[in-house]
Design a protein around this ligand. Structure first.
Ligand code: URA
Length: 209
């Protein structure tokens, strides 16, 4: 069974197209990533548990529902995951946020963490890893490995777009981890970029080269 959930809402697809456009500038790119992440969050949180409470409305008492019995934490992969976290924070302002920074190890070129700070109660939280571009899948798999080593068992991945190669790797190494994605593109080029993709997401988000 596939672990992939494709979020195909028209608003999201429209905004993904705007991200793909090479004319979209840094400000617009960041705004779009935040907006898409907020819209995707609706799908990622679809199954959150609710409990009944009693409240007083201006017109009397009412039985109502609130989210209860779950702790969530975001873990953006530095640096481009940060902008996704910023979009989600807008609608869940008290959510805890850890950070994982990865670089390539000399020789093997395997991703290795140079920074990892996680919320204190991370092992009892549902953790959502934020990685806008799921390309080879090696970075997200390394991030998931790190989280599992820290005792986290409930993990999801949120990516804006993915390559089939990256999805296959996640499915092979972490079959229980659900991957939320807005588009599965054709594949990777020789440099490991997703095609057609957005180009370098970090550079486009932060105006760097
Ligand atoms: N990272 C990016 O920023 N872009 C890609 O296409 C792949 C990985």
């Amino acid at each position: 069974m596939s672990n992939r959930i494709e979020v195909k809402h028209p608003l999201i697809q429209h905004k993904i197209t705007m991200l793909r456009d090479s004319q979209t500038n840094t400000k617009e790119f960041r705004e779009l990533v935040k907006e898409i992440s907020t819209l995707m969050w609706y799908e990622v949180t679809r199954d959150l548990p609710l409990k009944q409470i009693s409240i007083d409305t201006p017109l009397g008492s009412a039985e109502a529902e609130v989210i209860s019995g779950i702790k969530l934490a975001l873990v953006p992969i530095l640096r481009s995951g940060l902008v996704m976290a910023s979009g989600i924070e807008n609608i869940m302002p008290s959510i805890k946020i850890g950070h994982i920074g990865l670089c390539r190890e000399e020789g093997t070129l395997e991703p290795k963490d140079y920074y990892c700070k996680l919320p204190t109660d991370v092992e009892s939280s549902e953790v959502i890893v934020l990685e806008p571009m799921l390309a080879t899948g090696r970075s997200v798999c390394t991030a998931v490995d790190l989280l599992k080593k820290r005792g986290v068992s409930d993990i999801k991945i949120m990516s804006l777009i993915a390559a089939p190669e990256g999805l296959a790797l996640v499915e092979e190494r972490h079959p229980e981890v659900k991957v939320y994605v807005c588009s599965v593109d054709r594949g990777l080029n020789e440099q490991g970029y997703i095609v057609p993709g957005f180009g370098d997401a970090g550079d486009r988000m932060f105006g760097t080269k």
